[in-house]
Design a protein around this ligand. Structure first.
Ligand code: HEC
Length: 160
């Protein structure tokens, strides 16, 4: 390469690198779909300051946990975050057959993937769902769920 053109080549490479990093941080499309909320069962409520969280999942997952069976592929868990009586955001986890293979071992949360949806069901593209995974990894022995252990005592009224 002609020496005088090298700085330009370096500049182009740097821009490409920045774009690559930007893509990772901002475009966190995962396989998670927005669930049909009305088909889910609200099994527990967590209150913290001005935030009220309704946590829900499918009737099939509730049955599986109560029976000591693995949570089936296709299951959604949703945390509906209410502030001042209105939905502020939805945190969603979904399990799919083989979905763990999308991530390297350090990031993986078995076959669960994560997503943050705004009330209009669009994705928060500023979130990197690796953060969700890294915190939920602490619950590996509970299938990556923080509140799954409340399901056995759920009898129709959300556990508080
Ligand atoms: C710093 C730790 C932390 C991070 C980061 C985090 N969570 Fe959680 N998550 C929790 C805790 C703790 C709970 C239990 C409810 C509570 O205490 O608020 C929870 C509960 C949930 C639940 C209900 C099922 C369960 O595990 O009980 C879903 C769904 C969920 N989180 C999704 C997400 C998504 C999506 C993200 C990223 C956008 C995320 N979480 C990031 C700690 C975390």
């Amino acid at each position: 390469m002609n020496a005088s053109r090298r700085p330009i080549a370096i500049a182009i490479l740097s821009v490409a690198a920045l774009l690559a990093i930007g893509w990772q941080v901002h475009a966190e499309a995962t396989r998670v779909t927005f669930p049909e909320i009305s088909k889910l069962t609200h099994y527990t409520t967590v209150r913290r300051g001005n935030v009220t969280e309704h946590i829900m999942t499918t009737p099939a997952a509730i049955e599986a946990v109560k029976d000591g069976q693995p949570i089936p592929a296709g299951t959604h868990f949703v945390l509906v975050d209410y502030r001042e009586g209105k939905v502020y955001r939805y945190f969603v986890m979904e399990k799919g057959e083989g979905w763990g293979a999308d991530y390297d071992e350090r990031r993986r949360t078995a076959d669960w993937q994560f997503q943050w949806f705004w009330p209009d069901q669009t994705i928060n593209t500023n979130e990197n769902t690796a953060r969700c995974q890294s915190c939920h990894q602490s619950q590996a022995s509970n299938d990556y769920l923080f509140t799954g252990n409340r399901i056995p005592s759920f009898d129709g009224t959300p556990v508080e």
